[in-house]
Design a protein around this ligand. Structure first.
Ligand code: HEM
Length: 211
């Protein structure tokens, strides 16, 4: 079977660079346009959480799109998943740098947070680090194919759960957070449906081969 992808000059590291530049431009604009630096930093933290969320959703649902809605666009999404995932990690690196800066600008920030409150985010960053490192050949070679797959599947689900939780706990602040919370839930269901469809296709192929 030949896989058709979307014809685009933007792929691989070029795509990563464009996405990373967009995250940096968005952050710079927020920091420049808001006169109060403390508020600007907080807004930029929120904005980078949202850019990370959009990139995460693309990487998390890529395979499911390709199985459930095959098209050149969905095949392209699968082909570029690694670079979209790395752009997600970059966006979250900016989220972390802004949090660090915010802690300096607002000395009440860290004392106002509990260890338990920081736990989901810290676990999230641990997985982002592991997934990023093992996206490169050298560190990936230290793992068996099965262990690599297990790590990446677990990591993506842990991150999806953290996005769901982070948005859920903010629903009390604004109904608006119902939207990203529902989108995360829908992405989880879609990912699972994609996995079921893949497994069923595999079984059909095996049955044909044993005939
Ligand atoms: C210890 C690590 C982390 C800390 C200290 C942290 C801190 C923050 C802060 C201060 C905000 C802005 C809150 C506000 O103004 O309402 C924020 C927003 C957010 N963060 Fe993080 N974060 C961490 C890690 C993560 C991770 C790993 C994820 C996701 C995988 C994440 C997802 C979010 C989301 C979804 C928002 C809400 C954005 C919005 O308002 O739409 N954070 N975080």
């Amino acid at each position: 079977m030949t896989t058709q992808t979307f014809p685009s000059p933007l792929h691989g590291w070029r795509l990563f660079s464009l996405l990373a530049a967009a995250v940096l431009l968005m952050t710079a604009l927020i920091l420049l346009l808001e006169p109060n630096l403390v508020e600007a930093t907080r807004s930029a933290i929120r904005a980078t959480a949202r850019s990370s969320f959009a990139l995460f959703l693309l990487a998390f649902t890529a395979s499911a799109w390709a199985v459930l809605r095959p098209s050149p666009l969905s095949q392209t999404l699968v082909r570029e998943r690694r670079y979209i995932g790395l752009a997600f990690a970059f966006s979250h690196l900016v989220h972390a740098l802004l949090i660090y800066r915010y802690g300096q600008l607002n000395p009440e920030f860290w004392p106002g947070r509990s260890t338990l409150g920081n736990l989901p985010g810290s676990v999230g960053y641990l997985f982002i680090l592991l997934l990023t490192l093992t996206s490169f050949k050298g560190p990936a070679a230290l793992l068996s194919r099965r262990a690599w797959k297990r790590l990446h599947t677990t990591g993506m689900w842990v991150l999806a759960a953290i996005f769901a939780y982070s948005n859920f706990k903010r629903i009390a602040l604004s109904d608006w957070y119902l939207l990203p919370f529902a989108i995360t839930g829908a992405a989880m269901v879609f990912n699972l449906l994609g996995k079921l469809a893949q497994a069923s296709k595999r079984r059909q192929r095996q049955a044909l081969n044993t005939r």
